[in-house]
Ligand binder design. Structure first.
Ligand code: ZN
Length: 259
């Protein structure tokens, strides 16, 4: 299949996207009375990749909600892992100093995501348009497993998993709001407990109405003294960001827009 085919699929997926979100919201409201409750003073798991989105999310969640945060990093055997992990370690230390009462711990899980078995058969045009298959959904499912385990460690129910999708991701199949809210529903159904919540607070209205763009994040970090230049977005395997991949391009555009 060529890229054109996948772009057509993408467009078709966009039709009725908001209606499907409303349908899932309705199931959640009918079942438990809410879509998302701000986890104020509660323990939460934040999926932390070392990129600019999740790095900023940590600060906002602690500052606005005083949440107790477990950072979760997946050593998923990606090309940029060494540099991602350096950023993760840097900001773990940074936030531990900044919020000693709110950073509970940094968890690292060695799980290859996505699995490489049979990867040689993957349609590259698909990958280019749609991303890596089930990448985020796999991480979310594993994060809920940790939420169950860690509830025992902290003798406190951990019901919330947060990920760093931003306003620009809103309709992406892999990280958009429909995926996030369906991941929430999926966790409730499969774990049989309806208080579980998955959310992307930079994308919905819970931190700022209309969500936050990457440009908003750069501005926020500048104002708050967060050294965003230490975060790692590039997908490449070189120490210096390649400047060519999509992650680099979006990041550079955001930094430029603020200067
Ligand atoms: Zn790059």
């Amino acid at each position: 299949m060529g890229e054109e085919y996948w772009f057509r699929q993408l467009k078709a997926n966009g039709k009725g996207y908001l209606d499907r979100i409303d349908t899932i919201k309705k199931i959640l409201i009918d079942t438990r009375g809410y879509v998302f409750e701000k986890p104020e003073n509660e323990p939460v798991i934040i999926l932390f990749s070392g990129g600019m989105d999740s790095t900023t999310l940590i600060d906002l969640v602690i500052k606005q909600w005083q949440s107790k945060v477990i950072l979760l990093y997946f050593r998923r055997d990606s090309r940029n892992q060494t540099y991602e992990e350096q950023a993760v370690d840097f900001f773990h230390e940074f936030y531990k100093k900044r919020y000693p009462n709110n950073i509970l711990e940094l968890l690292k899980l060695d799980i290859q995501i996505p699995s490489r078995v049979n990867k040689e058969y993957m349609d590259n045009a698909r990958k280019k348009v749609m991303g890596l298959p089930m990448r985020n959904a796999t991480m979310w499912a594993n994060a809920f497993t940790q939420a169950i385990y860690m509830s025992g460690k902290y003798t406190s129910t951990i019901r919330t998993v947060l990920c760093g999708s931003v306003a620009e991701d809103s309709s992406s199949p892999e990280s958009g709001y429909l995926s996030v809210i369906s991941g929430c529903l999926h966790a409730c159904i499969c774990l049989g407990v309806w208080n579980l919540q998955l959310n992307a607070p930079l994308m919905d209205n819970s931190l700022k109405v209309g969500g936050m763009t990457k440009k908003d994040l750069v501005e926020y970090c500048k104002a708050q003294g967060i050294p965003l230049e230490k975060s790692r977005s590039c997908f490449g395997d070189t120490k210096e960001p390649c400047g060519e991949c999509l992650a680099c391009k979006y990041r550079e555009a955001a930094f430029k827009a603020v200067k």
